[in-house]
Design a binder for this molecule. Structure first.
Ligand code: ADP
Length: 270
């Protein structure tokens, strides 16, 4: 019996099994390469603000006798520190979304509430640029997901729409429910994105040329976070844009039925 068992085992190592093993190794290598790239890009991106912080700290020290100068450098120092803190928290969020860990807080989420919270979180930026953010469309759409991750994704789109719009501009956030799919579209009439850069804006740390000169505060991580957040929810995001005319970012997510406890609208008797 023994020898036969061995030969039966040996025959289990088929070309197909070898292929699966190779595929698994390739996948592991790919993940490892992604991780290495991520660490390399991230360290590079952190160098600039860290360098600025240490230069500004030196400037504060050497201006010790001049209170106005001290105040000036101290306020730039705190702006740079805030940027550094935003950058690190975005890096952490992105790395969490890219990892294999499951999203933890899954529940039925009202898209209306997500959109409202996302707009609210950007109200200071909108007010300071006199930009109105209008919201419209379907109010009873639901998706299954992590409310914080989804809110951050929509907030990033709204933040960009505001940041790349002219003073006094208009931004719209519309929700549609269509055949089991929820569509959230964020539209602006701002600077737009050249066609050859539209694919690349979702890459981490990528910033289009125009944006680099226009908005120094950006991290180039916002859209990468949006893409991963949406993909983790089984959805997709796409961009439509025309330079000088504006942009629309559309997120599509699988819809779930509205929770039972919602009042069902009564049909009027004729
Ligand atoms: P950033 O922090 O630079 O805004 P993002 O990842 O959010 O990073 O966006 C990447 C790049 O995509 C931006 O630097 C900008 O070039 C472009 N972009 C994103 N949203 C818009 C928009 N609404 N209008 C014009 N350009 C945009």
């Amino acid at each position: 019996v023994e020898p036969r068992l061995v030969s039966a085992r040996a025959s289990v190592i088929t070309p197909r099994l070898i292929l699966i093993v190779i595929r698994d190794i390739t996948e592991r290598e790919r993940v490892e390469e992604m991780r290495r790239d991520f660490v390399a890009n991230t360290s590079h991106e952190l160098k600039t603000p860290v360098g600025a912080v240490s230069l500004l700290a030196e400037a504060v020290e050497s201006a010790a006798d001049d209170p106005d100068q001290v105040r000036h450098f101290a306020s730039r120092l705190s702006a740079e520190a805030a940027r550094l803190s935003q950058l690190t928290s975005r890096i952490m969020n992105l790395s969490r979304l890219q990892s294999a860990d499951d999203l933890t807080e899954l529940r039925d989420v009202s898209v209306d509430e997500v959109v409202a919270a996302a707009i609210e979180s950007q109200s200071v930026a909108a007010d300071s640029a006199a930009i109105t953010v209008a919201r419209g469309g379907e109010r009873h759409a639901y998706v299954r997901g992590d409310v914080q991750v989804l809110t951050e994704a929509v907030a990033n789109l709204v933040a960009n729409a505001i940041a790349y719009s002219p003073q006094g501009g208009q931004v719209g956030v519309g929700v549609k429910l269509d055949g089991g799919v929820v569509e959230i579209a964020v539209t602006d009439r701002g600077i737009g994105i050249p066609e050859d850069e539209q694919e690349r804006v979702f890459e981490r740390f990528y910033r289009a040329d125009q944006a680099r000169s226009r908005r120094t505060g950006g991290t180039g991580l916002g859209l990468s976070i949006v893409k991963h957040a949406v993909q983790r929810h089984g959805g997709e995001v796409e961009v439509w844009s025309r330079p000088g005319r504006g942009s629309t970012f559309t997120v599509r997510l699988p819809a779930v039925p509205a929770p039972d406890d919602l009042p069902i609208p009564k049909k009027r008797k004729k």
